[in-house]
Design a protein around this ligand. Structure first.
Ligand code: SAM
Ligand code: SF4
Ligand code: SF4
Length: 353
């Protein structure tokens, strides 16, 4: 089974590396394939907002695979080596393996991953692996049936998701990461059971602080369980030892079970921002390029692409965007600037997690 961890060595600055206004390189591209989803997680797409009359993007508004490949190809030329497919729910795209095949063939792509809620993963895992997908991150907030139902907006089936995890393992889409958004009073009491379940499997559970992405999830700071508090809770059950980062810019703080049963991670965007090393650009399904998860505006790439822009010119556009980038929302969250930004942020399902 191949592991696709990026080492520091692989991260040596390339000669052509593009750096932003805060000297951060462009290494990652997150592609939100479509804004639709088969779940209605209240922290992302609450049913009250995303009801049956909600107007999602139409097919013609979304980038085609060819258009996505064009942007990704140009981005790899600027130093992007990690690509993640996300959404919305990327597995709702029936032709996903074709796109994966195209992305895997791009020169310079060292890490090609998919983030999914895994409801549709079991039947697709082997084909995705064959197409060149390296690994998957699966979102799974609780192993308590009722809590899981609540956190998927009543849409998810726990056993189907667990079958997806198994299929991904069989297909070699590892290391498998399990993303858990922790919300106080909703699933925090089920976190230890979930960790117990995945201990010793080789899958890496990452506990994510509930973030104030977008404007529709009713985020309140008191719903956030700080990673420090979670770590203390975990340490009451198991002895844990901190691990070094796999590469500069890794967002998760890594810990290892001292008894050798694996590792877990904490993603603490709210209480311990990591903007200083953030190297991610995000492409929305309608072709907007954003340089921060909490962006209030982006740059439309769809129009120039549909007007026949040459790769070189598109490269210049991307370079200009990155060179001007000075985003550090999480670091500014406590200040008035963040209050200001809170007015019109892009939603998570559009910009990709
Ligand atoms: N639908 C796929 C899934 O859920 O894995 C991919 C898209 S989803 C937007 C990507 C990731 O963002 C998921 O792991 C999800 O848990 C996380 N996420 C969504 N809203 C969040 C929030 N408000 N705070 C923290 N993480 C969030
Ligand atoms: Fe869908 Fe993922 Fe958002 Fe949940 S977190 S609503 S699965 S896009
Ligand atoms: Fe990157 Fe923006 Fe998150 Fe900071 S707030 S880590 S700049 S995405």
């Amino acid at each position: 089974m191949t592991s696709h961890v990026i080492t520091d060595e692989m991260r040596e600055p390339a000669a052509c590396e593009t750096r932003d206004a805060l000297s951060r390189p462009l290494h990652d591209l997150r592609i939100s394939l479509l804004d639709r989803c088969n779940f209605r997680c209240p922290y992302c797409m609450p049913e009250t907002e995303f009801h049956e009359d909600y107007e999602f993007l139409t097919r013609s508004q979304r980038l085609t695979h060819e258009e996505i490949l064009k942007v990704a190809g140009v981005a790899t030329g600027l130093g992007v080596s990690k690509i993640r497919l996300t959404g919305g729910e990327p597995l709702l795209d029936k032709k996903l393996p074709d796109l994966v095949r195209g992305l895997a063939a791009l020169p310079g792509v060292e890490d090609l991953a998919l983030t999914t809620n895994a409801m549709l993963l079991a039947p697709a895992a082997a084909e995705l692996a064959d197409a060149g997908l390296h690994r998957v991150t699966i979102s799974l907030d609780s192993l308590d049936e009722q809590v899981f139902k609540t956190m998927s907006g009543g849409r998810g089936d726990l056993q189907t998701v667990l079958n997806g995890v198994n299929a991904a393992e069989q297909a070699g889409l590892s290391p498998i990461k399990i993303n858990v958004v922790v919300e106080r009073g909703v699933n925090d009491h089920t976190v230890l059971d979930l960790l117990e379940h995945f201990r010793g499997t080789g899958h890496i559970v990452r506990l994510i602080e509930f973030m104030d992405v977008g404007n529709r999830n009713g985020w309140r700071r008191n719903q956030v369980v700080p990673s420090k508090e979670l770590l203390a809770m975990v340490q009451q059950r198991w002895s844990m030892r901190p691990l070094d980062r796999n590469y500069p810019g890794e967002v998760a703080r890594r810990y290892q079970y001292v008894d050798g049963e694996g590792e877990i991670g904490f993603i603490s965007s709210v209480t311990e921002p990591f903007c200083g090393s953030c190297s991610r650009a995000r492409l929305s399904s309608d072709g907007m390029l954003y340089t921060c998860l909490f962006a209030t505006q982006g740059t439309d790439l769809r129009e120039p692409i549909r007007n026949g822009v040459a790769d070189e010119e598109l490269g210049d556009i991307l370079s200009r965007i990155w060179l001007q980038r000075a985003d550090r929302y999480s670091e500014l969250r406590r200040s008035d600037v963040a209050e200001h930004h809170a007015l019109s942020k892009v939603e998570m399902y559009r910009i990709g997690g």
